[in-house]
Every structure is written in structure tokens, then in C-alpha cells.
Write a protein that binds this ligand. Structure first.
Ligand SMILES: Cc1ncc(COP(=O)(O)O)c(C=O)c1O
Length: 408
């Protein structure tokens, strides 16, 4: 059983009107995901941030702004973009990793709250800005994620201050008169089993009880989405039933808000990467369907072995065959799918690679000097009025820009 493509007739129209490769984003899906999470948390004093690293297109960011969602920014570039899009500095949490002094001063000068995950950096911040408000990123010593590379807590992880070092955090805050207003965790991305998240949440709430001045506890992102046809969407009612009471109890006792900052959960399912088949090559052992895009545009399959459903938009009722769907980059690992049953693929067919709204374009590169895909926005009120929100550069434009930047 294949996952169906969202709005196939709209995707077909986009394909007819624009060349590929093109990312398409459906506004409706993003709004629905925000509403789902809000509904699951409606009995908890809570606030949502968007981890903009998942997809930082200004149009996507504006949608979160309109919905009253704040931002998790992890670099000066992300912070600047969030401010340019219109987010207030107070709605941005700045969580840079290996933060330099310059980054610290920059974020402070912009008015964002700093979320600091190393004791030495907390000390540097205290020395530079005594009396300020600050958030501390903890490592609750339990991590989870869809791949080892994206588990961001536990003994193997570089992120956060181990929770057992809470006394040192508090001592540093006292020494520099810092007001510890928030505690933060982000234990990993694409967490397959909410039970692990729950363990970390309990650790965090226990740590929070020892810090009376907190105004929030940020439980991070990491909520998974069903990429594979047989995987079920996260059961948010169950999530709310399991976590809600404890979060509500903590919040009631201490008057602090509970924050979440998902990226993937909000935007992954909104995105489709449209590609065109340029080459069908049957080598006897394997049949390769080669497309006009590759790992530079969507690195998740090559980097993590991630699954993305691939739908043949232009021959949906063809007889299924087993294919390797491969990209146009000069690496054998440039493969979107292996041994995948797909309705017969012919040269010229348009394939829709699903659930690519998160960590698609934001992780993309121009490797092999292949220009980035175009991006198209499908508005909720009138999907037929889709519009291009990023033009694809031609190779000539890309090279002209490279030459312009070169100082040699
Ligand atoms: C600090 C932080 N918060 C939130 C997220 C979002 O994670 P996800 O997209 O899995 O929700 C990330 C992802 O790496 C992160 O580093």
C-alpha cells in the first residue's frame, strides 16, 4: 500500500505549469498541525515555538507569525531572518550551539532570550551581562530520535548541561545575579516512541521544581511524523492524556508555562518535492529510475537512510515494478529509494516525493553545482491559486553569483 499524494490534481497542475525540481508546500497542512498540537495542550498553560531550521522560507515563517507561534533560532542568521519576517525579539529563543562571544553579544543586542547549554558559556554570559534573564539547556540524560545522528541528549550527546549539574547552574546564576527564567531540553528529532520523551519530561519537571523563579519549561521538539505507509500518526490524545496531567500539575503549582518547539511535526507533511524522470535504466539486476534532482536537494535518504514515499503522478495506474529511484549527483549513495514498488515509471514521468517539508530545502546544497529547486506555495483558502515563492536559478545565474562573490 502506497501513501497517497496530497491534492494530486493540484500537484499535476503545478507540474504542468512549472518545471522541476520544485518543492511544493501546502498551507493547510501546516495550519492543521499547529491546531492539533494546540488542541492536545489546551488544558496546559503552554506556548509553541517553531524550530525554523526545519524550513526557514519566509512564507512558512510568516504563517507561524500569523498563528502566534514563536521561534527557536540557533544561529545569528536564523535570528536575523525571524526578526526580518516580523517576529518580536521576545518571541525568539536563541539556542546556538558552540556559541561564540560575538554570537552571544549579537543575540543579546537584538533582545532575544539566550538559551545556554554549556557552563562555561553561562559564566561568560554572566560576566558580560550580569543581572540578565537567561534560559539553561539541560541534558536530561535520556535521548531518542529516528537516527543516531539526531539524538541530542544522553551520554553520547554534545548538547546541554547534564541535569545532575543543576547546582552548578544555580551557583553560576547566583554569582552573576542571572535570573534563570527557563529550562530547556531537546532530546532528539523524529522520536519514534513518546515514552522516551515522557521519561525526559519527568526529569525536566523534577529539575524545574528546584528553580522557583522559572517562567517556562521548554520541552523541545522531536515529535515524529508517519513517513512510512504503515506507520501511524502520533496519537496526540494519548500524548495529552499521558503528559497533560503532570504538565498541568507542575504549571499549576509553579505558575510556569510549558513550551514545545517542534520543527518536523509542523511542516514535514506539508511538503512535496516534484521531480522528473530523465532516465530509466534496466540493468537486469536492478531497474534505476534517474531523476532531475538528487541528494543535494533532499539529503535525508542519503544521510539517514530515511524513507520518503514516492508517487508516480503521471502514471498512477501503471503496473507496479521494483525500482531504485536515484538522483543526478555523482555519488552512488545518491538514492531516494531502493527496491521500491512504484507504478511503471517512464522517462518524462513526474514523481512526487512526499513529506519533504522539513529538513528538505533547509538542508539543501548546490553540490555538483546543481541549482536549488524552485518553491511553490499552495494557499489554504484557494489551492488552485498556487504561486512560486522561490525562483529556481539557472546554472548561468548560479555561476555568475559564484564569480561575483569570488575575491580572486
Ligand atoms: C534545539 C532544537 N529544538 C527543536 C528542534 C526541532 O526538532 P524536530 O524538528 O524534530 O521537532 C531541533 C532540531 O534539531 C533543535 O535542535
Amino acid at each position: 500500500m502506497q501513501k497517497p499524494a496530497p491534492f494530486p490534481e493540484i500537484l499535476a497542475r503545478i507540474h504542468r505549469s512549472a518545471s522541476t525540481p520544485t518543492y511544493v508546500y501546502f498551507e493547510r497542512t501546516i495550519r492543521k498541525q499547529v491546531e492539533r498540537l494546540r488542541a492536545a495542550l489546551d488544558h496546559v498553560p503552554s506556548r509553541l515555538l517553531y524550530a525554523m531550521k526545519a524550513n526557514s522560507h519566509p512564507r512558512v515563517m510568516k504563517l507561524f507569525l500569523e498563528q502566534g507561534v514563536g521561534v527557536d533560532a540557533v544561529s545569528p542568521g536564523e535570528l536575523l531572518l525571524a526578526l526580518r519576517v516580523g517576529f518580536s525579539p521576545e518571541s525568539v529563543l536563541f539556542s546556538a550551539n558552540n556559541m561564540t562571544d560575538a554570537e552571544m553579544h549579537f543575540a543579546q543586542s537584538q533582545g532575544a532570550l539566550l538559551n545556554i547549554g554549556e557552563l562555561s558559556r553561562l559564566e561568560a554570559y554572566g560576566e558580560a551581562y550580569p543581572g540578565s534573564k537567561v534560559c539553561a539547556r539541560l541534558n536530561p540524560e535520556v535521548g531518542a530520535g529516528h537516527h543516531a545522528h539526531v539524538i541530542t541528549a544522553g551520554a553520547d550527546s554534545k548538547f546541554g548541561i547534564p541535569v545532575r549539574k543543576m547546582p552548578e547552574i544555580q551557583a553560576t546564576c547566583r554569582q552573576y545575579d542571572l535570573e534563570l527564567v527557563g529550562l530547556h531540553q531537546h532530546i532528539g528529532s523524529g522520536i519514534p516512541d513518546p515514552a522516551t520523551l515522557w521519561k525526559a519530561v519527568s526529569v525536566m519537571l523534577d529539575a524545574a521544581r528546584a528553580c522557583p523563579a522559572l517562567t517556562f519549561v521548554n520541552l523541545g521538539g522531536g515529535l515524529g511524523v508517519p513517513y512510512e505507509p504503515e506507520s501511524a500518526p502520533l496519537d496526540l490524545l494519548d500524548f495529552s492524556a499521558q503528559f497533560g496531567e503532570a504538565m498541568q500539575a507542575y504549571s499549576g503549582e509553579h505558575g510556569a508555562e510549558i513550551w514545545f518547539e517542534p520543527g518536523r511535526f509542523f511542516v514535514a507533511e506539508s511538503g512535496v518535492l516534484l521531480v522528473t524522470v530523465t532516465t530509466v535504466k534496466d540493468n537486469g539486476d536492478r531497474c534505476f529510475a534517474g531523476v532531475d534532482s538528487g541528494m543535494g536537494h533532499l539529503v535525508r535518504p542519503a544521510m539517514y537512510g530515511s524513507y520518503h514515499e514516492i508517487v508516480n503522478l503521471t502514471n498512477p495506474s501503471g503496473v507496479p515494478r521494483i525500482y531504485d529511484v536515484v538522483g543526478n549527483i555523482c555519488e552512488t549513495g545518491d538514492r531516494f529509494a531502493r527496491d521500491r514498488s512504484i507504478p511503471e515509471i517512464r522517462e518524462g514521468d513526474c514523481l512526487a516525493i512526499l513529506d519533504t517539508g522539513a529538513y528538505g530545502i533547509s538542508m539543501a546544497s548546490e553540490y555538483n553545482l546543481r541549482p536549488l529547486p524552485a518553491e511553490v506555495w499552495v494557499p489554504e483558502d484557494n489551492p488552485a491559486r498556487f504561486r512560486t515563492i522561490t525562483e529556481r536559478r539557472s546554472p548561468a545565474q548560479m555561476v555568475a553569483e559564484l564569480m561575483r562573490r569570488s575575491l580572486d
